[in-house]
Design a protein around this ligand. Structure first.
Ligand code: HEC
Ligand code: HEC
Ligand code: HEC
Ligand code: HEC
Ligand code: HEC
Length: 201
């Protein structure tokens, strides 16, 4: 008797099927593994890169270059961030302020035509926030600008303490941690209050 022949060949089809499924499963598994691996690696690398401020700033609805306006045109930070010397928030200018110049300047520039479209539609530009402290934290620009303004030659000279050299950034990015330890260290170094209620509601 040669029992093998038929019986061996028949299961082999099932085996082929199983092997096929295993093969496809393995392939899917490998892809999932690679994706997860890449995710873990970027997340792991992403954190220290962020901490050292080497991160790229976010993509904005209009590619607004601080470089052109600050470095080349010499505009003052407080011309656009008007609230910074009086209030908590620095505020980003409304489209209307941009249009005082861009009604006439920038014909043929794609980003400027986007700007004009916002203006004619009356829609606000939803700029992506770069710096933000959590809701339970009370940060006010005004006392900082007042305190450091004298030493650093006026309000605009103080911005770089916390924001770096924005005038040279094509895309604004965060360069200082501005976490609790960072705030408290600077307060200690400058005899500013450090009790919890200074910064927490
Ligand atoms: C012509 C107007 C204009 C001038 C001048 C200007 N800015 Fe801005 N700034 C903007 C606009 C618009 C945004 C929002 C888009 C962006 O983030 O690029 C912005 C964003 C920022 C942000 C990021 C805000 C956030 O979301 O955290 C900082 C910080 C900043 N500016 C600082 C400065 C400093 C410092 C100067 C002076 C060296 C300056 N700006 C001059 C218009 C201006
Ligand atoms: C005081 C006048 C003035 C104001 C206010 C102003 N800009 Fe400009 N902007 C200019 C000039 C000048 C240029 C350079 C145009 C060129 O090179 O052709 C420019 C260039 C640009 C460009 C093109 C990019 C580049 O570098 O050429 C964009 C985008 C832009 N501005 C956006 C804005 C936005 C958004 C605002 C408001 C937050 C604003 N501007 C406010 C004068 C101004
Ligand atoms: C002591 C540190 C410090 C200094 C100095 C400082 N900032 Fe800020 N800035 C911050 C922090 C922290 C935030 C986030 C605040 C929040 O989330 O409420 C911020 C947010 C901003 C924003 C975005 C949100 C908003 O408030 O409208 C702009 C624009 C800005 N700063 C501009 C400026 C300019 C311009 C100067 C200089 C005139 C300046 N900052 C000086 C720490 C500082
Ligand atoms: C570059 C140093 C520096 C950094 C960074 C800094 N501060 Fe300050 N802060 C000061 C100084 C100096 C004062 C005191 C100003 C004065 O003379 O009234 C102050 C004052 C304040 C005040 C007002 C206190 C009061 O009662 O008058 C608040 C609120 C505040 N800081 C919150 C923060 C928070 C929140 C952060 C971090 C996100 C921060 N600060 C980061 C230096 C700093
Ligand atoms: C000079 C400002 C400042 C002072 C003073 C301060 N904090 Fe904070 N605190 C912050 C900021 C900014 C954050 C948010 C950023 C972060 O998580 O570090 C924060 C976050 C926190 C958080 C949340 C942490 C988390 O992981 O979400 C707690 C809890 C806290 N603070 C407690 C305190 C206590 C308790 C004190 C008094 C001993 C104190 N803070 C004093 C600025 C301050």
């Amino acid at each position: 008797m040669i029992p093998g022949d038929f019986q061996i060949r028949k299961p082999s089809r099932i085996q082929v099927l199983i092997l096929g499924i295993l093969g496809i499963g393995g392939l899917v598994g490998a892809v999932v593994g690679l994706v997860l691996g890449a995710f873990v690696i970027t997340a792991w690398l992403g954190l220290p890169l962020d901490v050292f401020g080497l991160n790229e700033g976010p993509e904005q609805p209009i590619a607004f270059p601080h470089t052109t306006h600050v470095k080349s045109l010499g505009m003052d930070c407080t011309f656009c961030h008007r609230n910074v010397t009086v209030g908590a928030a620095a505020s980003v200018p409304a489209v209307g302020l941009c249009m005082t110049c861009h009604k006439t300047i920038g014909d043929g520039n794609e980003e400027i035509s986007k700007l004009r479209d916002y203006h004619s539609s009356g829609l606000p530009i939803n700029w992506v926030r770069v710096h933000r402290v959590p809701d339970h934290v009370n940060f006010i620009h005004e006392p900082h600008i007042r305190h450091f303004g004298e030493k650093y030659g006026g309000p605009a000279g103080t911005c770089q303490l916390c924001h770096g050299d924005v005038g040279r950034m094509v895309k604004v990015k965060q360069v200082r941690s501005l976490k609790m330890g960072d705030c408290v260290d600077c307060h200690k170094a400058n005899d500013a209050p450090t009790d919890c209620t200074t910064c927490h509601y």
